[in-house]
Design a protein. Structure first.
Length: 320
């Protein structure tokens, strides 16, 4: 074989290989995705959906991580994303009320998709002091912070699981395996909460944002908040004074805040309590779990909340 023949043969082989690669790429690139297109409203719902759906779901989360759920509003691009989805998962109970008020009414093909309120059929706690009792909107009637409780979150996750196996039955075994793993994790955390908080020295916590009602109800303590269920409220001077007095009455010297929000009100309370009692006041974190933070994901924040609750509910004080 002369040199020209070798060059020709080598070139032909290279061209064939390149053509095969390009053809393979084109076919792969043009294949429609077999993943369910799912829109979720915010991080906890995204986390639960991803843990169950895994490789067979494509999730678009509307609200950025670690954003105040009470004041966020969707844009046209969020409505467009919902329009293109097969499924929409949202929390409900008033947390992401803008789904029902702004997004769903704007959808053109809402009949062609499944819209799931993950708190459907859950035993919700009523808000005793709704912010707008005469408002036509009903989103302030319940405590919306269900996902903070592992017990409630497990029920929400089950609603997600049931929807996925109904909508996408060909992957039921895959979803079921993932669901059982997630269920086991949440049940273990719930069991640990029940065990570790069943015999504490204290039974009251003081928080910057009164978002831990479902934890308090299940695990046997009460919460006092500087502000109520909505994190965008501003506490009055009277409220701060009442918290200081109540902490003194309960001889409880731990305050909790979520790091997404400012702790300036707690710093004021800390100074006042320390001045009045001579007791050191500790400020600890209780996560609202609206996004990864401090290097912790959703379940890790649940576990850290338990550790910090144990510390606060078992805090001793110096006898003067």
């Amino acid at each position: 074989m002369n040199m020209n023949q070798k060059i020709f043969l080598t070139s032909s082989i290279l061209i064939t290989i390149i053509a095969l690669v390009l053809t393979s790429y084109t076919l792969t690139d043009s294949q429609p995705s077999n993943k369910l297109k799912i829109v979720t409203t915010f991080y906890p719902i995204t986390y639960l959906t991803q843990q169950i759906g895994g490789d067979y779901v494509e999730i678009t989360q509307l609200m950025p991580n670690n954003t105040d759920i009470h004041s966020w509003e969707p844009s046209v691009s969020h409505i467009r994303a919902a329009e293109e989805a097969n499924l929409i998962f949202y929390n409900g109970a008033g947390a992401d009320h803008w789904v029902e008020e702004d997004i769903l009414p704007a959808l053109k093909n809402s009949n062609n998709k499944l819209i799931v309120k993950t708190t459907q059929n859950l035993n919700l706690t009523q808000n005793c002091e709704p912010n707008h009792p005469t408002d036509d909107h009903q989103h302030d009637l319940y405590d919306p912070h269900t996902w903070i409780s592992p017990y409630m979150a497990k029920q929400q996750a089950e609603n997600i699981y049931n929807t996925l196996i109904t909508t996408n039955p060909q992957h039921e075994n895959y979803y079921t395996k993932n669901w059982h793993h997630l269920k086991q994790q949440l049940e273990q955390i719930d069991t640990t909460y029940l065990q570790e908080l069943s015999n504490t020295d204290k039974n009251t916590i003081f928080v910057s944002h009164e978002a831990f009602g479902y934890l308090a109800l299940r695990y046997g303590f009460t919460q006092h908040g500087v502000i109520g269920l909505s994190a965008d409220q501003q506490p009055s001077i009277t409220t701060i004074k009442n918290i200081v007095n109540t902490m003194q009455e309960h001889q409880t010297y731990t305050l909790y805040f979520d790091p997404v929000y400012s702790d300036k009100y707690l710093q004021t309370i800390k100074t006042e309590v320390q001045t009045k009692t001579g007791q050191p006041v500790t400020i600890l974190k209780l996560y609202l779990m609206t996004g990864p933070i401090d290097g912790l994901d959703y379940l890790e924040q649940m576990q850290t909340n338990l550790t910090n609750l144990q510390t606060g509910l078992k805090t001793t004080y110096k006898v003067k």
